[in-house]
Design a binder for this molecule. Sequence first.
Ligand code: F6P
Length: 326
Amino acid sequence: MDKKVKRIGVLTSGGDAPGMNPAIRAVARSCKFYDIECIGIRRGYSGLINGDVLPLDDQSVNGLLIRGGTILYTARCSEFQTEEGLARAARSSKYIGLDGIIAIGGDGTIRGAGDLANCGVPVISIPASIDNDIGCTEYSIGFDTACNTAIEAIDRLRDTMQSHERCSVVEVMGKRAGHIATYVGIAVGATSVLVPEHELDLDGDVIEMIRRARLSGRTHYMIIVAEGVGSAVEIAQYVKDHTGMDPRVTVLGHIQRGGTPTARDRVTASRMGNYAVRCFVEGKANRAVVTHKGEITDIDILEAVKMERGLQESMVECLNTLTGTR
Ligand code: F6P
């Protein structure tokens, strides 16, 4: 084994995602395996700037597989986005004696890791975001748990909507991306799914869909709205004004960001955490850990930050077919 790397830092940044803790655990355990010192950096890039660190030994990561959130805390750091803040972070990394940093988080975190790489700090990023909207990877840690949480809540809503023959307007997370809404929409058999990637047409996408569902014998209706589309309350009002129904609004919000990670998120996080450490052990740096065609692999971090990802065509086609959208 090439043992140039002696001390690795790990941080979580941006919105938390279920699976971040198992990823931290995997990094710490893999470091121990390869005889590398593992340092936890608290509060993301802000903690790096301020030298807010703690040693992560084997014991400190006990029990993390089943815990949502992140024991390292997370933050969105505006100072890090300035030239001066970035330089401070790079200096601090040297001062702490880090041979490399593993940054776990969403697209902002990966961009930050790219900036550090440009300043000469060796980095590896791990994708974690419930939104699953990180350009460079097919899958981001946390998405599966968030979808399952939303699905469980919506299944409960359906019972009461069905009993009262009502319409439900449910807002799921996703400011810029409709991955959660699309996936959940298929899983719960939504009447209509509204995503920020498509121009909003309330008459065509909601009122007409309710009308068709009614004609085919359905007596309750489930409208799934991604957060970035607009106000669920206003959409419900539009439905009321145009159908005479009295819809109920549920905003699932941050409930989707918490909870024990699913098997998929535990395993993906464990594999990615281990993979990231192995990258450093093998002498690689400035890489983004990603999934590609279902496999975990790594790509250049500066290429990774340029990549964009839209909704999966086949997923949208399936949803449209099952809802009867033309
Ligand atoms: O983590 C992604 C996300 O959940 C988005 O879907 C949402 O818009 C955003 O984070 C909200 O984050 P916060 O409330 O932490 O600012």
